[in-house]
Design a protein. Structure first.
Length: 93
C-alpha cells in the first residue's frame, strides 16, 4: 500500500528534511544511498505495466514499496544536503 498523505506527513515530521542537523560524515553516508541497477530495471517494468493497467496485486504492492522507499531516500538525502550546506556556508565575496 502506498503511504497515505498522513503517513508521509508523519515521516516528514520525524525526519525533518528541511533541518540540517546531522554530522557531515552521516550526511555523506546518506547521499550514497542508491537503488541497484536491477531495481531500476524492475521499477521500469512495473511502471510500464501500471501504465498498461496490467499490474497484479503483488506487483502493485511491489511498486508501492519502491515508491515509498524512494520518498524515504529523498527525505533523508534532502536533510543530508542541507546539513552539508550548513556546514560550509558560502564565503563572502
Amino acid at each position: 500500500m502506498l503511504a497515505t498523505p498522513n503517513e508521509a506527513a508523519i515521516l516528514r515530521r520525524v525526519i525533518r528534511p528541511e533541518v540540517g542537523d546531522i554530522s557531515q560524515e552521516a550526511a555523506r553516508a546518506l547521499l550514497t544511498f542508491r537503488f541497484a541497477e536491477s531495481d531500476h530495471i524492475r521499477m521500469a517494468e512495473l511502471s510500464a505495466k501500471a501504465q498498461e493497467g496490467s499490474l497484479t496485486q503483488a506487483e502493485e504492492e511491489e511498486l508501492d514499496g519502491y515508491i515509498n522507499v524512494s520518498h524515504f531516500i529523498a527525505f533523508v538525502q534532502s536533510k543530508a544536503r542541507i546539513s552539508l550546506k550548513n556546514a560550509h556556508p558560502p564565503s563572502a565575496a
